[in-house]
Ligand binder design. Sequence first.
Ligand SMILES: Nc1ncnc2c1ncn2[C@@H]1O[C@H](COP(=O)(O)OP(=O)(O)OP(=O)(O)O)[C@@H](O)[C@H]1O
Ligand SMILES: [Mg+2]
Length: 232
Amino acid sequence: MGVPVIRSVGLSKRYGDFYALKDLDLEVAQGEMVGFLGPNGAGKTKTIRLLLGLIHPSAGTAEIFGFECHRKPVEVHRHLAYVPGEANLWPTPTGGETLHLLGEVQGNVVPVYRDELIQRFDLDASKRVRTYSKGNRQKLILIAALITRPDLLLLDEPTGGLDPLMEQAFRRCIHEAGERGQTVFLSSHILGEVEALCDRVGVLRDGTLVDVGTLAELRHLSFLSFLTVDWT
Ligand SMILES: Nc1ncnc2c1ncn2[C@@H]1O[C@H](COP(=O)(O)OP(=O)(O)OP(=O)(O)O)[C@@H](O)[C@H]1O
Ligand SMILES: [Mg+2]
């Protein structure tokens, strides 16, 4: 077994007396597709921000490929691409220029794959970003994350604003990333999305990991009803 892609031990983030995240023990192996389900305020984004090294843990540790997230952000970011639910982007450049810019930062863009993704997501890359709708901005940051084929995709509710056709395009791309051996960590409210893509799911509630397993194993959790799902 190689070094885990994601490993956290006792990872916690506290604000005064309030725990946004408490004692998270998590291990994700290379090539795994792991979902992270939880209602609003459960701590999903906090976890991802800790993994990105954007905030310091109050206790515990988080590592990506063995690098401590808040101490070794350069090494950590060499391995991953991140997609937030909504991104602040520069308004003036075109979509294509933005992809170029973000690709330069990340390195290793596969140009043929970039062009293919622009087509598959039906994005007009010649338009300025300020003219993009929410869904088109989301497509742009998804493409930017995918074009470098990172070892780890950290996705925080990445499909907000996508229409059903684009949600399908997203699922196919993530599925293909998994087939290539990339690791995926996907926070979501959308059970169908997690079910379609993930081998394993962590369920978070009030900052605490309630359970980890396959969705079949977790169906007993009545708490999952927060997803207001149709289990059939
Ligand atoms: N700076 C802060 N100070 C105090 N509490 C905070 C702070 N930032 C976040 N929180 C709280 O931490 C908890 C976890 O927030 P987080 O954004 O991780 O939730 P989430 O699971 O991503 O929710 P959502 O589904 O709405 O995106 C929330 O209750 C939030 O109000
Ligand atoms: Mg969130």
